[in-house]
Design a protein around this ligand. Structure first.
Ligand code: HEM
Length: 122
């Protein structure tokens, strides 16, 4: 992923704002919120900010767990994954990120589905 996408989105401050907006939507979504019960959200926001920054081409280093390990045991379904991605798109749209950049963000995240979704099979 090239640095251009991260810069286009507005760099670290923009990503921090997007992550804040994303988690407030996730916690307002009754299908999603239970997954976050008991989770330290300050730490999670920090990890997500670094993860997305690194995934979008910044030089930030993400040192958290890999996606399969981080989400193991949470019983995340395809529907929960889709809803989460839809919330992310809504946040990006709300800060007027261009559709072609949103498409690039989605292309970065889509391959993670198989690591994050565990259905009820744990
Ligand atoms: C859409 C793509 C997603 C990405 C890029 C993502 C990214 C991350 C990252 C970077 C972490 C931190 C890992 C760590 O602490 O080492 C994390 C943790 C977590 N994620 Fe996700 N996530 C995604 C989808 C989801 C979905 C769909 C859910 C549930 C509906 C979810 C629930 C959680 C929870 C509960 C944690 C905290 C786990 C813990 O601290 O034990 N994530 N995620």
């Amino acid at each position: 992923m090239d640095q251009a996408l991260y810069d286009h989105l507005g760099g670290r401050d923009a990503i921090t704002a997007v992550v804040g907006g994303l988690y407030s939507r996730l916690l307002d979504d009754e299908e999603i919120a239970p997954a976050f019960a008991g989770i330290d959200m300050t730490r999670l926001r920090h990890h997500m900010t670094l993860f997305l920054s690194a995934a979008l081409g910044s030089e930030a280093v993400y040192a958290g767990r890999d996606m399969a390990t981080a989400h193991a045991g949470l019983q995340i379904t395809d529907e929960m994954f889709d809803r989460t991605v839809a919330h992310l798109v809504a946040v990006l749209e709300s800060v007027h990120v261009a559709p072609e950049l949103i498409a690039q963000v989605l292309a970065t995240i889509a391959p993670l589905r198989s690591e994050i979704v565990h259905g009820a099979a744990v």
